[in-house]
Design a protein around this ligand. Structure first.
Ligand code: UDP
Length: 236
């Protein structure tokens, strides 16, 4: 039996970029698709939120002639490009995948609807939630928290470059130790940046557990689904 029945998996656009400076590394996208396929085969219902940082982030715009809110729309479109790419690769790997956009984009994706998303998940489809939250000034972390709560996921799995939360920076200190669990209060007291603040506040308010892990670490996602010690769990 998998440890989770329904998950919301969030990873940044940079994951899809691999070692490149921009865009997509097909090898990595295929790797991600294979991992998703492997846990779907175990009966896990999977919602995905992908960032857009491999293409564009709103904060990159320096011009006073493009408003930040408009730039953020460009960033949200970047997440849609990632969603289209991953949907196609998932489908080519034999996974039934659907793409839902935060705002209407009829020719490209379904418009997000929590009810339809839950029905699709319940029938085993992987659902990719693109377009972030649909609002500027937010990030895809917040979109992940929001969609996770909306689809009543058991957990938000947040993929990072480090395989969990450590007592100190593991890249600098050899004696840094990975923490298996933390409470929301400990995260606040110790000022640990698990997700951005809006996302974290949403998860805390709705008691949505967050597991931080490294998706590119071989077998990590499957270990989480098997209920093994992997990454760091932040919960009540
Ligand atoms: N974005 C937004 N609202 C959202 C989610 C994303 O405006 O709810 C925009 C914002 O400009 C952001 C960009 O989309 O910089 C890409 O998202 P994010 O930075 O979270 O991507 P990641 O860093 O995870 O790849």
């Amino acid at each position: 039996m998998p440890a989770y029945q329904r998950i919301l998996l969030k990873f940044s656009g940079e994951v899809l970029m691999g070692r490149q400076d921009f865009g997509w590394d097909m090898h990595i996208i295929e790797q991600v698709a294979d991992q998703v396929k492997a846990i779907q085969a175990q009966g896990v219902q999977i919602g995905l939120v992908i960032g857009g940082g491999n293409v564009f982030r709103g904060a990159q715009v320096q011009s006073t002639k493009i408003a930040r809110s408009t730039a953020d729309q460009m960033g949200m479109l970047a997440t849609l490009m990632n969603g289209i790419a991953l949907r196609d690769v998932l489908q080519s790997h034999g996974v039934q995948a659907r793409l839902m956009s935060a705002w209407s984009m009829d020719a490209l994706a379904e418009t997000f609807n929590a009810d339809a998303a839950k029905k699709a998940l319940a029938q085993g489809d992987v659902v990719i939630f693109a377009g972030g939250s649909g609002n500027p000034f937010f990030t895809t972390d917040t979109a992940a928290a929001l969609r996770g709560i909306e689809i009543q996921a058991d957990v938000v799995l947040k993929a990072t470059k480090v395989d969990g939360i450590y007592t100190r920076d593991p890249n600098k200190y050899a004696d840094a130790q990975r923490l298996q669990t933390l409470t929301y209060e400990q995260v606040i007291q110790q000022d640990i940046a698990v997700m951005d603040l809006a996302a974290f506040a949403l998860c805390r308010e709705h008691a949505m557990p967050i597991r931080v892990f490294d998706m590119l670490k071989p077998g990590a996602l499957e270990r989480i689904i098997a209920g093994k010690d992997e990454g760091t769990l932040v919960s009540k």
